[in-house]
Design a binder for this molecule. Structure first.
Ligand code: PLP
Length: 397
């Protein structure tokens, strides 16, 4: 039965991680996968998470199933983080949230929901976008289109082209926006551009799907929600896929959420029954631990303050690494302009390195970068910066 089956291609990002792990080079550097590293190159458990876990361990009395949509304390905490405390969407119960296994789980449930209930819709993703978007949507049979986003010549957002592409998207289609810290380019719309996008969405009548995987990694929790909250002023219906893998460092606990926003509370309740149906036939109900940790932190003032300070430390370290990278390359005599990297947001930057240069860095120096030239800035440290920039200077000569 299985003889005809061919091997699937390696995942472009997780496959790179495997290759890194198997590389015996003691000086290897991993700038591939989007995982935060501290100055020592570790991916630590946040103190707020540890403290929340200690409390939970002492209090936990059952391993009974969660409901299909997850725990109420978690679901409401997610909405507060997205919309802001006491936002009318919350008080009027216009949104419903389900706990999903990670942001990927949220996207997958959203994809199934769209395919089932908006079967004619095409989903539009930015060019470029996170490598998994296309596959997740195609795996349920959705048509995926792409809208212009990045100008490789001047390494910036081509906003005129974004508007021109999205003006062609018909009513009833779905458009995916990265809530902040666009992956892979690190370039987000400005507040003025978000305003224009929200107005365009309202005029065109497409459904926005916000992929919000890095809240707090750009400028701050509130600042990073600016685009989403601007859309709330203009658009009554929306899907939001949240991930808490990065901002809580809970990568392997698989904590995410899918939120649906509707025009009325009744509509939200009714539509949510269909989302729950997608979940029931997929993984039935979510895993408990990670969401209990997130709820414990978000619903406790002391833990919240600790978490926010740890999130700020991660964000600040990444911004510092961006500047240090640009300055070190300059100090090593690299004449190519990399200054754009210090203005970008979140873990990633499009470096402008070509596939050949990326391959050379891997083969000759044990430096792992995604083939597109996407660099995870979070993998840089004071210790690896010198060797990294020496290698880049050498291959650019
Ligand atoms: N969306 C984007 C843009 C991402 O970069 C990622 C993870 O890298 C995800 C979604 C998925 O997050 P999770 O690991 O929580 O599934």
């Amino acid at each position: 039965m299985f003889e005809h089956i061919q091997a699937a291609p390696a995942d472009p990002i997780l496959g790179l991680n495997d290759a890194y792990r198997n590389d015996p080079n003691p000086h290897k550097i991993n700038l591939g996968v989007g995982v935060y590293k501290d100055e020592q190159g570790n991916t630590p458990i946040l103190k707020a998470v540890k403290q929340a876990e200690e409390r939970l361990l002492a209090q936990e009395i059952t391993k009974n199933y969660l409901s299909i949509e997850g725990a109420p304390a978690y679901r409401s905490a997610v909405q507060t983080l997205l919309f802001g405390k006491d936002h009318p969407i919350i008080t009027k119960q216009l949104a419903q949230t389900a706990h999903t296994p990670g942001g990927t789980g949220a996207l997958r449930v959203a994809a199934e929901f769209i395919k089932k209930h908006l079967p004619e819709a095409t989903i539009w993703v930015s060019n470029p976008t996170w490598a998994n978007h296309q596959s997740v949507f195609q795996s349920v049979g959705l048509e995926v289109g792409s809208y212009a986003y990045y100008n490789a010549d001047n390494k910036s957002l081509d906003f005129e082209a974004v508007l021109a592409s999205l003006s062609q998207v018909p009513e009833g289609d779905v458009v995916l926006f990265h809530g902040c810290c666009h992956n892979p380019t690190g370039i987000d719309p400005t507040p003025e551009q978000w305003y224009q996008l929200a107005k365009l969405c309202s005029k065109q009548g497409f459904l926005p799907l916000f992929d919000f995987a890095y809240q707090g990694f750009g400028q701050g929790l509130t600042e990073d929600a600016h685009g989403l909250r601007k859309f709330l002023e203009y658009v009554p219906e929306m899907l939001i896929a949240s991930s808490f893998s990065k901002n809580f460092g809970l990568y392997n606990e698989r904590v995410g959420a899918l939120t649906i926003l509707c025009e009325t509370a009744e509509q939200a309740e009714t539509t949510f029954t269909q989302i729950k149906r997608c979940i029931r036939t997929n993984y039935s109900n979510p895993p408990s631990h990670g969401s209990a940790v997130v709820a414990e932190i978000l619903n406790d003032a002391e833990l919240y303050a600790l978490w926010e300070s740890e999130l700020k430390a991660m964000r600040t370290r990444i911004h510092e690494m961006r500047s240090l990278f640009v300055n070190t390359l300059r100090a090593k005599g690299v004449s190519q302009d990399f200054s754009f990297i210090s203005h970008q947001q979140g873990m990633f930057s499009f470096s402008g390195l070509t596939p050949d240069q990326v391959a050379q860095l891997r083969k000759e120096y044990g430096i792992y970068i995604v083939g597109s030239g996407r660099i995870s800035v979070a993998g840089m440290t004071h210790d690896n910066m010198g060797p990294l920039c020496d290698a880049i200077a050498a291959i650019l000569k």
